[in-house]
Write a new protein. Structure first.
Length: 585
RNA sequence: GGGCGUGUGGCCUAGCGGAUCAGGGCGAGGGGUUCCUAACCCCUCGAUCGCGGGUUCGAAUCCCGUCACGCCCGCCA
């Protein structure tokens, strides 16, 4: 109801200002500090003071007097406090919130009639997913969930870089070396842990072998790349053998988060269908194209980039960005909007891509990037090639193990006699363990650098996933024990008179606005912050207001409805950030 | 050298022009459970928001400068 209230206040305030013949371009509507009773406030008086030749508090009073609360949705009264005009909600605001939030889908926004493709992760299929890039699937999945919940028609894509030099090296190494030549056993019984050993072996060979041997290897690698460029079916198959296996393993790892994709889009697709060549041809025709040092380049100085972007090598083969151009035009053909989640190291490339897309005549306003910083180890960067780094699988395992210990240590002093069995313990360990990892990452602004430390990443204390998950479990516990749910029509919202209950209901009322703001800015961490605020509000209510043992049946029913609304709110907020909502824990 | 990003109490973090807004959390110290799960709650200690200027009625928030850290500046991806 918060969004509706905000809209109606904006209209009322605009009309009031117009009636006073004052400018209404900047309404200055904001949320007042927590300890004030008003739901919304306006700071227009500051800006109008000069124009009216009066002090801000007086201006505020004049404006407030010009608004008649009657007929304005959810508005009960307008008053002032110093220079601020404050807007208070009426009973219907809370009553409608309580009723609306009874729906499982509470918070989901209206259909935006817009399709959007969210591309995330897109890690080269060279080996196991490590924590350094784990931010990508976690943030990416949350962004996709968020847009979906905000009413967009979302597809999730993983762009597979299967045409680059790295994959050619990998393919050559896989075909060349015998398993007996590999030094270590796979770190884990899954295909990408097995095959990455060939990749590392190959890279090691190229860096250390005799020049003649390296030259021969390079010739083979080049022939693979040229085969791909020439549309040679055998080359696709050779590379595909490696790519599909490794990708399959990575997919299994990502599924643990869980992060799932609607489509894995291979870049070779845009070589095979001729669109990459077509893009290059069109670029050649553009006014920004230059042919220097035997290679076709784009002069992007007018777009703010110092150096030229090479889009065709001297041997006529395409580069990553050229293929990505064809890829993005394909996105534009099939979707209204495109969001890409990518590491800060790709930022320059993304900017060049966007400039080139504009040169090709695309409307790049349809494209948005979400940039995140890599997670580094205290001793430096993680690297698949060098085999340094913490694997996401290991992080998840460790987190689940610690969560399991936590559950087991709590079993003895559980008050609730719901007899958790082995399956429950396993379920809770997974929900909490994986939830904690995701929450830790999704709750921070992605642009902030993170240095990975086990204990910090696996903290189950307050302001973490379990803190919020526990609120959901409490809701379920109460609803479970209440034999019947009251009829919607039988609920009297007025029975919720305690400050803690009203505070909770007001927090619930804000949820759709939080979803809207987070989706508009592609910032799932806003939802994570909200879950924490929500949990605090709920815990306050839980402490102050007994539900099942409430003496007055009307109070009990109203509180029960509030718990139900709370459950939907927290469950949906958690689902957006990809954290499981346990029924018990 | 240039570009982009980050800089909030011992540590992590929210806020990113508006009201005693410097908010949470961890850590430290002290309390709370015959009552819907104490992975909870309450209290105390602790920050002039990297530093210096400027704009503004008002700046952690905007501008300029400066320092520190990260990322990038390939006919790699």
């Amino acid at each position: 109801m918060f969004r509706q209230f905000r809209d109606s206040v904006a209209v009322a305030l605009t009309e009031a200002l117009e009636s006073l013949e004052l400018p209404s371009a900047d309404l200055g509507i904001e949320e007042p500090p927590e300890d004030l009773p008003a739901t919304l406030a306006s700071s227009v008086a500051f800006r109008l003071a000069g124009e009216m030749g009066a002090a801000p508090p007086q201006v505020a009073q004049t404006v407030a007097d010009a608004i008649d609360p009657d007929g304005v949705d959810y508005l009960s009264a307008v008053d002032t406090q110093g220079p601020y005009v404050n807007f208070h909600t009426n009973d219907a605001y809370l009553a409608d919130t309580l009723e609306t939030a009874q729906a499982d889908s509470y918070g989901r926004l209206e259909d935006q009639k817009t399709s959007v493709v969210v591309e995330h992760t897109s890690a080269n299929p060279t080996g196991p997913v490590h924590v350094g890039r784990a931010r990508n699937p976690i943030v990416g999945d949350a962004v996709a969930n968020l847009l979906d919940f905000a009413g967009y028609d979302v597809d999730r894509h993983y762009y597979v870089n299967d045409a680059g030099r790295q994959m050619a090296v990998f393919t050559w190494a896989y075909e060349t070396f015998d398993e007996t030549a590999l030094e270590d056993e796979p770190a884990r019984d899954r295909v990408e842990y097995d095959l990455v050993r060939y990749y590392r072996k190959g890279n090691h060979f190229l860096e250390n072998a005799e020049p003649a041997e390296v030259e021969a290897a390079e010739a083979e690698i080049t022939s693979i790349l040229q085969g791909l460029e020439a549309g040679d079916e055998a080359a696709y198959e050779r590379v595909g053998t490696v790519v599909d296996q490794v990708l399959g393993g990575m997919k299994d790892c990502l599924a643990r988060l869980p992060a799932a994709f609607d489509e894995f889009v291979k870049e070779t697709r845009f070589m095979r269908d001729g669109s990459t060549t077509a893009v290059a041809d069109r670029l050649k025709e553009s006014e920004y194209a230059v042919y220097e040092e035997d290679a076709w380049q784009l002069d992007l100085s007018a777009h703010g980039f110092e150096k030229n972007l090479v889009f065709l090598r001297s041997d006529e083969t395409s580069l990553y960005t050229t293929r990505d151009l064809a890829h993005h035009e394909w996105k534009f053909d099939n979707y209204d909007r495109a969001v890409t989640v990518l590491g800060e190291d790709h930022k320059l490339q993304a900017g060049q891509l966007q400039a080139a897309l504009e040169i090709l005549g695309n409307d790049t306003d349809r494209l948005d990037d979400v940039i995140y910083s890599y997670v580094n180890l205290p001793e430096g960067k993680m690297s698949t090639r060098r085999g340094t780094g913490v694997m996401l699988d290991d992080l998840l395992d460790e987190s689940i193990d610690r969560a399991r210990e936590e559950v087991e240590s709590r079993l003895d002093d559980r008050i609730r006699n719901d007899d958790l069995d082995a399956d429950d313990i396993d379920r809770i360990a997974h929900q909490v363990g994986i939830g904690a990892v995701r929450y830790d990452i999704v709750s921070k602004q992605p642009t902030k650098a993170i240095t990975f430390e086990w204990d910090r990443a696996l903290d189950f204390e307050a302001q973490s996933a379990p803190y919020v998950q526990y609120v959901h479990a409490r809701c379920c516990g109460i609803l479970d024990e209440a034999d019947t749910m009251p009829e919607l029509g039988a609920i009297d919202p007025a029975a919720l008179s305690d400050p803690a209950a009203i505070d909770l209901l007001r927090t619930i009322a804000r949820f759709p606005a939080v979803v809207e703001a987070a989706a508009d800015e592609h910032k799932p961490h806003i939802v994570a912050t909200y879950t924490r605020e929500f949990a605090e509000a709920f815990n306050g209510f839980y402490r102050e207001c007994p539900v099942l043992s409430a003496d007055d049946p009307a109070v009990r029913d109203a509180r029960l409805a509030l718990v139900s609304a709370s459950k939907h709110t927290v469950a949906n907020a958690l689902s957006i950030i990809g954290v499981a909502a346990p029924d018990s824990m």
